[in-house]
Every structure is written in C-alpha cells, then in structure tokens.
Design a protein around this ligand. Sequence first.
Ligand code: UDP
Length: 348
Amino acid sequence: MRILVTGGAGYIGSHACQRLLKDGHHIVALDNLHRGHQKPMDMLKSAHPESFHFIHSDLGDTKTVLGTLNTHDLDTVMHFGALAYVGESVEDPLWYYRNNIAAAIGLLDACDQCHNGKGINRFIFSSSCATYGNPPQDMIPVPETCPQSPTSPYGYTKLHMEHILKDYATKRDIDHNPLALTMLRYFNVAGSDSAGLLGEDHTPETHLIPVAIEAALGKRESLSIFGTDYPTDDGTNIRDYVHVEDLIDAHVLAMNTTKPGQVEAFNVGIGKGYSVRQILDSVKRVSGVDFPVHDAPRRAGDAIALYNNPERIKSTLGWDAQITDIDEIVSTAFNWMKANPNGYSKES
Ligand code: UDP
C-alpha cells in the first residue's frame, strides 16, 4: 500500500515506518519535527531510498498534505502526529486542542479532497485508553464497550477525534464512497525495536519507563512517584504497558482487515496491569541500579487503574502481544537508551 504516516519522526510513528517499509509498502512520513527527530528519518531514507520519503510539515497544513497525498498517490493514512502528555495537557489545554484537533481537521480536509475529491481509502487513528478516564470497577480490565469519560484534556482530544472521524466516515458512506476507519486505543506504549535502531527520545521526557531509565543511567538524580495514596494494592497507579512493535503489529492487522464502510475501535494493551512501583522494580532489576525514588503528590489528570481486556482485538484481528514480560519490554528501552545516552539529537 501507499501510506502517509503523520508524526512519522516521533517515537511510535518511526517504528511504524520501519515496519511498513520492511513489509514492502511505499511510505511518506510527515512531521513538523516539533518533538520528532530528523535522524531516524535519515536512517530510514538511506535504508529505503526508493520507497521512503520524509516531508517536513505541520499536519494541519492542508495544502502541503494535499499535494503529498496526490503526488505520491497515497491511499492510506496512519495518523500518529499529536501531543501526548496528560500532565502537559492539563497545564496548556488550548495548545492540545489546537494541535490534536484543529490541525487534525486540516489533515482530514486534505484526506477528503485528494485524488480529485475521491479521498483516501483507509484511515488508522492513534486513540488512547485515556478516553476511558477512570473506568468503573466492574469494567477493569477495560473492554471497548466501557463508557468513555476522559480525566484530562489529552483524553478529550482523542475522544473528540474519534467522534469527528466517525462523522467523516458517515459522510463518506452517504457519498457512496466508503472509508475503512480503525481507531486504536493505545494503553501505555514502551520499548524499542528489536534491532536497536529506533528509540524513545522526548524533550521533556515525562513517561515513567524512560524517566526511570534516565535515573538508572545517572541522567537524573531521582524519580518521583506521582501519588502513593491511590486505592490500589501498593497505592500507586496501574497501567498496561504494550511493546511498541506489538502495537505496530496491531496497525498492520487493522490496515489489512478493516473493510471500506467499516468503523472499528480496538484497545491495544497486553491485558495485564503493573503499578508504578512494579515498573520501578523492573527498571532496577534490568539496569542493576537502585536509584533513589521519592513519594510525590498526585499528578492532575491521572486515572487510577487502566489495563486492557484484549478479547475483542484477539478475536477480530487475531492480534496478541508477543512480548508480555515487563522486564523484556523494559530491557529493549534500556538497551537503546544506554547505547544512545544523548538520544538522537547529538553524537552519542
Ligand atoms: N509517573 C510517575 N512518575 C514519573 C512519571 C510517571 O509516578 O516521573 C506515573 C504517572 O503518574 C502514571 C504512570 O506513571 O500513573 C504512567 O505515566 P506516563 O506519563 O508514563 O503515562 P500516562 O499513563 O500518563 O500516559
């Protein structure tokens, strides 16, 4: 297929490009490089000079995206480009709505107008378990039927985008020009590719596993646990950590399975929850370093416990996580960060 990957220079988007190129697809990655990196784009270009292209642009730049979709004759969009920090979204909600919704509508305009108004055929959207907010106790592990009630602006941006995309898919049905739409609600994504080429390099870094690894590598003095008084076994939040390559596998299955006129939503998570303390223990085991940890107040917007009920994605797409051992997931992230102590940006 011929695929536009928005946010292609980011952590998850670059892993998607790598896998899709390996599978023989024609890929155009689009990224404003606000948080993405040029280096993985250069690496992928040199490995796949014919089938990979990088466009430095904002995804809300409809004219550029439209030109890209038409010039490269792209039929599928995987939309990863978004701001993705819960805490940051509470501090600057308008920025999150502007980026994750207003810009995404610019992208959708291009998706609608391309190919002489026929539009693209397939759209795969990075949604989030943050759309569920704090699920009721009897809905944990969380199925797709769980009511969606976010606790943060970030979660709302993802939920609003789901509604916008469904409405757009309905319009395409009315036009007798059906779209295949899949919305994948990610749980917490972690790890690096098995070849050790790509990794997670955010500035600022706020995600638990990379922050803990930075503490283990001596790049920060200590780590704070945001909330130790939650109603969980050890008082800390519970999350479901899915390996990035397993997550991309779900995208490939969705792309190959969802048919025109179908609108699907799947949770992507391994189906097992780990507390913050359990994650820190794993990073300490994997690194062999007992870094200092401090108790800190709760972080605004955090849900108490979120882990997936993977039944639907298993039975419908045939997806199952291949890496479910938390130490194995953490090891892949640790190995990349150890080998690239300065991330992508500087010489390591
Ligand atoms: N967390 C923490 N200390 C940190 C970073 C994260 O205690 O330095 C906690 C956070 O409150 C949440 C969990 O780790 O309960 C996962 O947070 P992360 O930011 O990695 O992902 P999120 O679930 O917000 O998407």
